[in-house]
Design a protein around this ligand. Structure first.
Ligand code: PGA
Length: 234
């Protein structure tokens, strides 16, 4: 199975910073077999990423490098009178094939509920966008219970212990692997990623664990050289 490396830029990067990031990334990145790199910029930079990565962002052409575009969030509603919301149908027009949902920062600062997150997943699946569902142990069961039958095998899970995110204190890889394998017991074919203070130095400690299928990377992804180094190590 491919290893997924997902960059979550959060609400960083002005347009100019995004352009600089893309220039540096494109000169440092060498495509590697067996890795799928997904870049998730802010909504405001999606067009720029789509333009600069055009030719490498189509999931339908196996001969292209696997660099794909993701979004960080989506509306829980279909297109309509929902001011400020970005619908899954709009994401499709930007070449989006993946979308984060239920990141712990969305749960904490935007008070997202398990049901709202489930509604977002429905919108994404309706548009054939793969949801990357972020989970931590305390609410894992309740969140999974809010999903409809059959959804689990259509998404990617990112296991992210909240205390490891942005703290420089990653979870021990063996402990992370145990939790990833318990998630895989629910759906063997669902890829499970680890996220939380991943660096080029510790990336392989996670990706060499049998039950971990990739990484969700925050802080380090903002530095294109470090991010490329991380991809190469993973
Ligand atoms: P971090 O963030 O790599 O900076 O810990 C991970 C995330 O929030 O997805």
């Amino acid at each position: 199975m491919t290893k997924y490396i997902v960059a979550n830029f959060k609400s960083h990067q002005t347009g100019r910073e995004a352009q600089n990031w893309l220039n540096q990334f494109k000169s440092a990145y060498e495509p590697t077999e067996g890795k799928t790199v997904i870049l998730a910029p802010s909504f405001t930079n999606l067009w720029l990423f789509q333009k600069c990565l055009s030719g490498v962002s189509s999931p339908n052409n196996p001969h292209q490098d696997k660099i794909l575009l993701g979004a960080q969030d989506v509306s829980p509603f279909p297109p309509g009178a929902y001011t400020g919301a970005v619908s899954a149908a709009q994401l499709i027009t930007h070449g989006i094939s993946y979308c984060l949902v239920g990141h712990s920062e969305r749960r904490k600062w935007f008070h997202e509920t398990h049901q709202e997150i489930a509604n977002k997943i429905r919108e994404l699946l309706d548009q054939s966008i793969t949801p990357i569902l972020c989970l931590d142990q305390p609410y894992q069961q309740a969140q999974i219970a809010a999903l409809e039958d059959g959804w689990l095998k259509e998404l990617i899970i990112a296991y992210e212990p909240v205390e490891a995110i942005g703290s420089g204190r990653p979870q021990n890889p063996q402990a992370a692997s145990q939790i990833a394998s318990s998630l895989k017991n629910l759906s063997a074919q669902t890829p499970v990623l680890y996220g939380g203070s991943v660096t080029p130095q510790n990336a392989a400690d996670y990706t060499t664990q049998k039950s971990i299928d990739g990484l969700l990377v925050g802080g380090i992804s903002l530095n294109p050289d470090e991010f490329v180094n991380l991809i190469n190590q993973a």
